[in-house]
Design a binder for this molecule. Structure first.
Ligand SMILES: Nc1ncnc2c1ncn2[C@@H]1O[C@H](COP(=O)(O)OP(=O)(O)OP(=O)(O)O)[C@@H](O)[C@H]1O
Ligand SMILES: O=P(O)(O)OC[C@H]1O[C@H](OP(=O)(O)OP(=O)(O)O)[C@H](O)[C@@H]1O
Length: 216
């Protein structure tokens, strides 16, 4: 019997858009997956050789990069933040679209043109440092895991780097977007070693996703 293929999917907001895509490529989670009272983290599917794990978005990349899961779905923000060499991201799924941006208080007139150091609250210290480094600015990142928008009003940092979609979270917290770092969408990710070792199964699955999004 072959070991099942482990497919990692994020439990956050991408999940609702990812499940119909999985169904279209022929993978449907077992009914227990939809039972909120069920505390399992790994689920069978309609395909005997495919299991699903539901983990936090950042952890999808970690599970797949280390080969604990062979394939997964995760935002390109996470792929680029980690930059794991073992993570192959062959398909842009076109879901979970947003952008990673710099923001600051609406009434803060400070320009960052003439400064060499900046303090930034963010969940993305690597992307943030890289972005400011390219402008000759050293970024001191304060790592938060959510609610970055609170940082400026509470004096944690003047600037934040966070995900923006509609802009309503920034607006509700009196912040304005000052720079766009990257555009983001969800990617199909595959562990490179697994892609070689289990090439038949994984190439077939990658191809189905490519066809689904019209990237043939
Ligand atoms: N406002 C948004 N619009 C569209 N896509 C988003 C938005 N916010 C996040 N995403 C995408 O969804 C992914 C997961 O975001 P989500 O907010 O569900 O995670 P989270 O709750 O911050 O994660 P966790 O609880 O696992 O730390 C992000 O990595 C990004 O790719
Ligand atoms: O521009 P908008 O449409 O307002 O979306 C942006 C918000 O969405 C995400 O947060 P989420 O709602 O996932 O909550 P989180 O802070 O717990 O991650 C992100 O971190 C922003 O706060």
């Amino acid at each position: 019997m072959t070991t099942p293929l482990i497919f990692a999917i994020p439990k956050g907001r991408i999940l609702d858009e990812a499940l119909p895509m999985l169904a279209k490529v022929g993978i449907e989670p077992a009914p227990e997956f939809f039972d909120k009272a069920n505390r399992s983290l790994m689920f069978g599917t309609n395909q005997a050789h495919v299991s699903i794990i539901r983990v936090r978005a950042f952890d999808v990349a970690t599970f797949v990069a280390h080969g604990a899961a062979q394939i997964g779905i995760v935002g390109s923000d996470v792929v680029e933040e980690f930059n794991y060499s073992e993570l192959y991201a062959p398909v842009d799924l076109g879901i979970g679209r947003c952008r990673l941006s710099v923001a600051q208080p609406k009434d803060d007139a400070e320009q960052i043109d003439n400064i060499s150091h900046i303090r930034v609250a963010t969940k993305y210290p690597n992307l943030t440092s890289r972005h400011f480094e390219a402008q000759g600015i050293q970024a001191e990142c304060v790592k938060l895991n959510g609610a970055m928008e609170l940082a400026p009003s509470l004096g944690l940092s003047r600037h934040i780097v966070d995900l923006v979609e509609s802009g309503s979270t920034l607006k509700a917290n009196n912040l304005v977007e000052t720079d766009r770092i990257i555009d983001i969408s969800a990617r199909l990710v595959v562990n490179r070693a697994a892609f070689k070792m289990r090439s038949e199964e994984l190439t077939g699955l990658v191809q189905k996703f490519r066809e689904l999004v019209g990237q043939v």
